[in-house]
Design a protein around this ligand. Structure first.
Ligand code: SAM
Ligand code: SF4
Length: 329
């Protein structure tokens, strides 16, 4: 069992496989995109599989593939196939924007992937275009249909943005009436690659819940699973559930079980830290697995106690400038 210096179990890895994306969600990156990483700067699939195999041996039980948009990276199914064979890995899941995903759904299911987080901030095609700057709403909805057809556990992630999609909160909640999905509202964070000025948090988890409760007064609190980052609710008579993720307020750090690896191989102990070591560089310098394991253990034993402390300890003191696409969410 892998634990950190605060006695927290660490059993969940989020692996971002690319920084590239086919959408330009304004809360994530500038309209012109980012300075994309070159191929040489990216971890190769072989390096990812080596790192994941070692981390699974050390105690990681769940891996989520994210990005950028994972389906933009060539031959992503090769990586998923390799990961699906890792002994000791209990769960492999994905976060995707759904633009290119639908044709891969059956193959994903055959690999044993059962859970997908689909990012969808609005049910209105025009607002979708305003938020993502791309006309891909239909493809995302086709992915949602396909996932449900194949009985995936589907979580819909919606970032709540003042003046952009607060009108969508209630329709997205209403979606849980007939569909067995969990719609999770996420507080907006400043990771937008300096695409716009972050005005501070306008819609925190309390305001989001107040908005939902005002229109669905029968809403009931559910017991949150261990390590859950969302507060979970159910509306009687609905097939699905509703969650609220206090990503900026950071109310869940006390039970944080996750580490992250970015597309260029940086290990992040916390979403808000600026990276603790680079696994790809270590591998390319010829480190063996035993040395790499010791290095990883050492790093995981120096985790900040929470996201506030991690942010204060950043070397770069002028705040967060990265895009979420370089971290993976
Ligand atoms: N491209 C994929 C997608 O959008 O699902 C995976 C990567 S994306 C960076 C992962 C998650 O981060 C998405 O659910 C997205 O909504 C969320 N995200 C991106 N920027 C964010 C921000 N500034 N604040 C809160 N969540 C954000
Ligand atoms: Fe792309 Fe996901 Fe970022 Fe949107 S949130 S720009 S889909 S990486």
């Amino acid at each position: 069992m892998l634990t950190d210096n605060h006695g927290r179990r660490v059993n969940y890895l989020r692996l971002a496989v690319t920084d590239r994306c086919n959408l330009r969600c304004f809360y994530c990156m500038p309209e012109d995109g980012l300075h994309w990483l070159s191929r040489a700067e990216l971890m190769s699939y072989e390096e990812m599989l080596r790192g994941c195999a070692l981390l699974v041996k050390m105690g990681i039980e769940k891996i989520r593939i994210t990005g950028g948009e994972p389906f933009v990276r060539k031959d992503i199914m090769k990586l998923l196939t390799g990961l699906s064979k890792l002994k000791g890995l209990k769960e492999l899941s994905m976060t995707t924007n759904g633009v290119l995903t639908a044709p891969y759904v059956a193959e994903m299911k055959a690999l044993g992937i059962n859970s997908v987080n689909l990012s969808l901030d609005t049910l209105d095609a025009d607002r979708f275009f305003t938020i993502t700057r791309r006309d891909e709403f239909k493809n995302v909805m086709a992915t949602l249909d396909e996932l449900l057809k194949h009985n995936f556990t589907v979580k819909i992630n919606a970032v709540v943005m003042d003046g952009k999609n607060t009108k969508d909160i209630l329709p997205l909640v209403q979606l849980t009436k007939d569909l067995p999905v969990s719609v999770r509202f996420i507080e907006e964070m400043p990771f937008n690659g300096d695409g716009h000025i972050y005005q501070g948090l306008q819609w925190d988890y309390i305001r989001i819940l107040d908005e939902i409760t005002a229109h669905f007064p029968a809403i009931q609190k559910l017991e949150d699973p261990a390590y859950s980052t969302s507060y979970n609710y159910h509306i009687p008579g609905h097939k699905g559930n509703v969650g609220i993720i206090a990503a900026y307020s950071r109310t869940f750090c006390g039970s944080c079980n996750r580490i992250r690896i970015t597309p260029q191989g940086t290990l992040k102990n916390c979403l808000y830290d600026d990276g603790v070591l680079n696994i790809k560089d270590l591998m390319r310098s010829g480190i063996n697995d035993e040395q790499l394991e010791q290095t990883l253990l050492h790093a995981i034993n120096q985790r900040a106690k929470d996201g506030r402390e991690a942010e204060q300890l950043r070397v770069e003191k002028t705040g967060v400038h990265e895009s979420m696409a370089t971290i993976g969410g």
